[in-house]
Design a protein around this ligand. Structure first.
Ligand code: AMP
Ligand code: MG
Length: 400
């Protein structure tokens, strides 16, 4: 037996960051930026008004001064109206400040107040003298041209994408996400809508894994189901074009364990007993094609646990993320439960502000698919713990 950490280390050592590609901003959400993005311009681009008001020459704008309004500057205007002594321009927020002006008097600091007419007034009386550069956002105030807008390695969310657009770019270099194939094995598997005959069950692992892969930010390129037939499995594997294949079922030592039969002989693939429950039989390695192969046990809860412990961190690393793990929190056990001796327990749970409890009362069997439907987390109980007592602190890996 190897430990969960030993297996995880083996997996992560083989999971390398993928190359970069250029994508339009609209396609880059959630991806990791490959190169620093710098601003093509100073931000702001030009001196502009922070208020609706009047652009004035400060020397003429003492309290009580009457100014003649000789121009009207809206946002987007390309004009630079000259201002002589005693003259001012009406100006709207974001509009370029006339070169002759050195302060903005907001509407509310004039005798006319904030009521805006379609055409500018002929004259205004200034109520309070503006300070030097009052309400002017100066060119380059926020950042000079060429300054770093978003650093390489940053995962791109809405805020980062908008910063990149402001910096003058509509494409970005991002780390490519892994392309993943999902293959379920088992002669008992039928489509969920079919009517099972004796011995048959609905195939659900590919549904779980495809959704989990997509939730992890990776791309699903192939989904397939194959019977416990070595030739059929070999054919499917030969045709795959992916960075990662996730197989489920047939990874143990049963008479028909097709994945182990086919891949057990491959250089680079190793099958281990990992000291965890569920998820003990695990195969992993790199195929000659360079494709990573995860061979997970077939039980649905084992698949979910194996994905979270090993596959998801690998997919995140390949996509360039530095945070590859789910957040973990500590909650107090609302009830006691037994733990498998010498194995890390990975138990579907529900939790609230204070407490955590198993999501079913029926124990932690790897076949208990219903325990997943109401679970929102896995409790991770160390191998050396034999029993969780009510009130014990429990590590909870939060899934969303
Ligand atoms: P195996 O690891 O192939 O021995 O499978 C263990 C258990 O998981 C068996 O009861 C299988 O029927 C079940 N199982 C395997 N693959 C799937 C699947 N894709 N969907 C649902 N159940 C499965
Ligand atoms: Mg099987």
């Amino acid at each position: 037996m190897i430990t969960v950490d030993e297996h995880r280390t083996r997996v992560l050592d083989a999971s390398h960051v993928l190359p970069a590609e250029r994508l339009p901003l609209a396609a880059a959400l959630g991806l990791v930026l490959a190169d620093d993005v710098s601003s093509r311009w100073p931000v702001p681009l030009f001196d502009n008004s922070a208020m609706d008001g009047y652009a004035v020459r400060r020397a003429d704008a003492a309290a009580g001064a009457v100014l003649r309004i000789v121009a009207d500057v809206a946002a987007g205007s390309s004009e630079d109206p000259p201002l002589g002594p005693g003259e001012a321009a009406r100006i709207m927020t974001g509009a370029p400040v006339p070169s002759d002006a050195d302060a903005i008097v907001p509407l509310e600091q004039t005798d006319l107040g904030i009521a805006i007419q379609e055409t500018p007034p002929e004259r205004i009386t200034v109520l309070a003298e503006p300070g030097q550069s009052a309400h002017i956002r100066r060119r380059g105030d926020d950042a000079p041209a060429g300054s770093l807008a978003v650093a390489a390695g940053t995962p791109l969310g809405a805020w980062q994408l908008s910063s990149i657009a402001s910096a003058g770019h509509d494409h970005v270099a991002v780390i490519r996400v892994p392309r993943v194939a999902v293959v379920s094995t088992g002669s008992e598997l039928i489509s969920p809508s079919a009517t099972p005959e004796r011995g048959q069950i609905p195939e659900s692992n590919s549904v779980l894994l495809s959704a989990a892969v997509r939730s992890a930010g990776a791309e699903v390129v192939t989904v397939g189901t194959v019977a416990d037939d070595p030739d059929a499995l070999r054919r499917i594997l030969d045709e795959l074009d992916a960075d990662v294949v996730i197989l489920s079922g047939g990874a143990s030592v049963g008479a028909f364990d097709v994945v182990k039969a086919v891949l057990g002989g491959e250089r680079g693939i190793r099958f281990d007993a990992v000291s965890m429950q569920p998820g003990k039989p695990q195969g992993f390695g790199v195929l000659d094609s360079g494709m990573l192969a995860f061979c997970l046990p077939g039980n649905p809860v084992s698949v979910a646990a194996s994905f979270e412990m090993f596959v998801r961190p690998a997919l995140r690393r390949m996509a360039g993320h530095s945070v590859i793990d789910r957040p973990r929190i500590i909650r107090s056990a609302a009830t006691g439960w037994r733990c498998p001796p010498g194995r890390t327990q990975i138990l579907p749970v529900v939790f609230d502000e204070d407490t955590v409890r198993p999501s079913t009362s029926g124990g932690s069997g790897s076949h208990l698919v219903t325990s997943l439907a109401i679970a929102s987390a896995f409790a991770i109980i160390p191998a050396e713990t034999e029993r969780v007592e009510e009130g014990d602190p429990v590590t909870v890996m939060v899934l969303s």
